[in-house]
Write a protein that binds this ligand. Structure first.
Ligand code: AMP
Ligand code: MG
Length: 520
C-alpha cells in the first residue's frame, strides 16, 4: 500500500506545544498531535472503491492487512503525524467556545491525480477536544454517515466522502434518546476524505480569542491550497474568499432543497469552508413535503434547522464567518454587500432550481406563483416529495385531467384527495399545462431533463435504519445493496423498484426513521 503523502496542514500551521492527550483549552494552535485509539478487533465492513482509487490506492489494497490497520487506527502510516483540529462554533444559535475534533483524528494528506485529500478517522478515540465525550462512534451513526456521504456525491451535492467503514470491536455506551436508558452498542470507525476538513468554526476560534496572527495564518493557508485562484494575501483577496465561500455555501443548500435533504445540525462547526456537506449526524430526507420538518429531536422545540429554514441558517452562519474574518479586513461594508447578495441570489437560484424540477427551460414572470401554488398543493395532504417530482415527469401536455392519477403513488393518504383538495390540485395541473405550452421541449425531452434533477432513489430514513438493523445482526448485505443503488440515483433501476416507494407505515414514528438525536 503506497500513498503519495503531502502533509500541509500540520506542517505549515502552528501545532499545540502540549503533546499530552488531556482535555483542555488549546491556544495559538490549529491542531494537536494525537494518535488514534487502538481498537480491539477491527473488521472491515465496507469500502468505497472509487475513493480508494481516488487517493491513489488499488482495489487489491482493500483486503490487505495494512488497509485494515491504517484505517482502523491500529498502525500509523510511516512518516505521518496524526492530529486533531482545533475549532469553535455557534451551536443552535449560541456561542459554544472551543469545540474541536473530539473524536475525529486526521491521519495524513495525500496528492493523487492533481487532487489533495485529507484522510480522517471518525470515532478514533479521545483527543484534547473530547470535552465530556468518549471519542468514539457507534455503528448506527457510522453507517448513516458512510452511506449518505456517497449517496450525496452521486446526487451531485458537494460533500465529504468516505473510504471505509469498520467495526472497532469495542462496545460504546450511549443514551440514544437522552432518556436515561444507556445501552452498549457496537463501536465503529469511518475513514472519511475531503480536500480539507476546515470549518467556519476554525476561523471563529482565533477571532474570538483576538488571535489575529493565527487567524491570518489559517486564512492564508486555506486560500493558498483551496482557493488559489483568488490571488495573493491582501484585504481584497480575503473579501473575495468570503464571497466565494458564500457562493458555494448557497449552492450546496440549494442542492439540499432540490433533493429534500435536511442536515439537522447546521452549527457553524459543521459548516465546511469548501461549501461541502459535512458531519452527517441526525440528518434526514423529506418524505412528505414539509418546510417545517426536522429529523433532529434535539431541535424539536425550536426547529431551527427545519427544511425550510436551511437557506436562512446558511446566511446566519455566513454572518458568523464574516464576523470572524472582519479583523483581517477591518471594513464591514464589503461583507454586508456579500451577505445582502446571498439573499437575492437565494431567491434567483431557488426559483431556477424549482424551474428545473418542473422541466421549465425558460423563465416566465409567473413562475414564482406557479411554484408557490405547487408548494401549497404539496402541503394539502401528506405527499412524498421524491415520488411526486419523479412521477411528474410523465405529465403530457393537454392531458392535465389525468395527471392526478399519474401521481397517486405520491400520496400517503389518497383518500384525502377529494373535494376542495382535488380541485386545487386540478387547478394547478391546468396551470402547469398552460405554462408548458410556452416551452418548446417535447414531452419526452422534458422528462429526460426532469429525471436528471429529480432523483428516483434517495437514502430514505427507514432504508438506512433497515441496513443498521441488519448490521447489528452481523449482516452487511443491505449496506452494500444500498451503496450500489445510490450510485445511480437518477437512473431507472427496475430491479430496485421496491426502493422507489413511500415510507412504510411502521417507520412513521420509529426511532432512527423519523426521529434522530445527536447521540452518535
Ligand atoms: P457534532 O454535533 O457531532 O458535530 O459534534 C459537536 C462537537 O462535539 C464536536 O466538537 C465533536 O467533536 C464533539 N463530539 C461529538 N461526539 C463526541 C464524542 N463521542 N466524543 C468526543 N467528542 C464528541
Ligand atoms: Mg461536528
Amino acid at each position: 500500500m503506497r500513498l503519495n503523502l503531502s502533509d500541509t496542514f500540520n506542517k505549515e500551521l502552528p501545532t499545540d506545544s502540549n503533546n499530552k492527550n488531556t482535555r483542555r483549552q488549546v491556544f495559538e494552535a490549529t491542531h494537536s498531535y494525537v494518535n488514534p485509539k487502538v481498537p480491539s478487533e477491527p473488521e472491515l465492513i465496507h469500502a468505497s472503491h472509487q475513493m480508494v482509487e481516488a487517493i491513489g490506492l488499488e482495489e487489491k489494497d482493500i483486503s490487505s492487512k495494512e488497509f485494515l490497520e491504517i484505517f482502523s487506527g491500529i498502525k500509523i502510516y510511516p512518516k505521518t503525524k496524526p492530529y486533531a483540529m482545533a475549532y469553535a462554533g455557534h451551536q443552535f444559535g449560541n456561542w459554544a467556545g472551543q469545540l474541536g475534533d473530539g473524536r475525529a483524528i486526521n491521519l495524513f494528506e495525500v496528492e493523487h491525480d492533481n487532487k489533495r485529500w485529507a484522510v480522517q478517522l471518525k470515532g478514533a478515540g479521545e483527543t484534547p477536544y473530547s470535552r465530556q465525550g468518549d471519542g468514539l462512534a457507534v455503528l448506527r451513526s457510522s453507517i448513516r454517515e458512510y452511506l449518505c456521504s456517497e449517496a450525496m456525491h452521486y446526487l451531485g451535492v458537494p460533500t465529504t466522502r468516505v473510504l471505509s467503514l469498520m467495526l472497532s470491536g469495542d462496545d460504546v455506551l450511549r443514551d440514544m434518546l437522552y432518556d436515561g436508558n444507556r445501552e452498549y452498542e457496537k463501536g465503529a470507525i469511518v475513514a472519511r476524505v475531503a480536500p480539507t476538513f476546515i470549518r467556519f468554526g476554525n476561523f471563529e476560534l482565533f477571532a474570538a480569542r483576538k488571535d489575529y496572527k493565527n487567524l491570518k495564518k489559517l486564512t492564508d493557508y486555506t486560500i493558498k491550497y483551496f482557493y488559489p485562484e483568488l490571488g495573493q494575501q491582501s484585504k481584497e483577496t480575503y473579501i473575495k474568499f468570503f464571497k466565494e465561500v458564500s457562493k458555494r455555501t448557497l449552492e450546496m443548500i440549494i442542492h439540499w432543497q432540490r433533493v429534500g435533504f435536511v442536515h439537522g445540525v447546521m452549527n457553524t462547526d459543521n459548516m465546511s469552508i469548501l461549501g461541502s456537506t459535512i458531519d452527517y449526524g441526525p440528518y434526514g430526507w423529506l418524505e412528505d413535503f414539509d418546510f417545517g420538518w426536522t429529523p433532529n429531536t434535539t431541535d424539536k422545540q425550536n426547529k431551527r434547522y427545519r427544511f425550510g429554514n436551511q437557506p436562512n441558517i446558511g446566511l446566519w452562519n455566513l454572518l458568523q464567518l464574516a464576523n470572524a474574518l472582519y479583523p483581517l479586513v477591518e471594513e464591514a461594508e464589503p461583507f454586508e454587500t456579500i451577505l445582502n447578495h446571498y439573499q437575492k441570489d437565494f431567491e434567483t437560484q431557488s426559483l431556477q432550481m424549482m424551474r428545473s424540477k418542473l422541466g421549465l427551460k425558460h423563465a416566465d414572470e409567473e413562475d414564482s406563483k406557479l411554484i408557490t401554488d405547487l408548494e401549497d398543493c404539496l402541503l394539502l395532504s401528506e405527499t412524498d416529495m421524491t415520488i411526486f417530482f419523479r412521477l411528474l415527469s410523465d405529465f403530457k401536455k393537454n392531458e392535465f385531467e389525468v395527471a392526478i392519477e399519474q401521481i397517486q403513488e405520491a400520496f400517503y393518504k389518497p383518500e384525502e384527495i377529494k373535494g376542495k383538495v382535488l380541485e386545487q390540485w386540478q387547478g394547478w395541473f391546468k396551470a402547469y399545462d398552460k405554462r408548458l405550452h410556452k416551452e418548446t421541449l417535447r414531452d419526452d425531452e422534458r422528462k429526460a431533463h426532469m429525471n436528471k434533477v429529480n432523483p428516483k432513489y434517495v437514502l430514505r430514513n427507514y432504508m438506512a435504519q433497515l441496513a443498521i438493523d441488519d448490521a447489528n445482526k452481523n449482516d452487511y448485505n443491505l449496506i452494500d445493496e444500498l451503496f450500489e443503488l445510490l450510485k445511480q440515483p437518477y437512473a431507472e433501476q427496475p430491479e430496485n423498484d421496491k426502493w422507489f416507494a413511500k415510507r412504510p407505515d411502521w417507520a412513521r414514528h420509529k426511532v432512527g426513521c423519523s426521529m434522530l438525536s445527536c447521540s452518535s
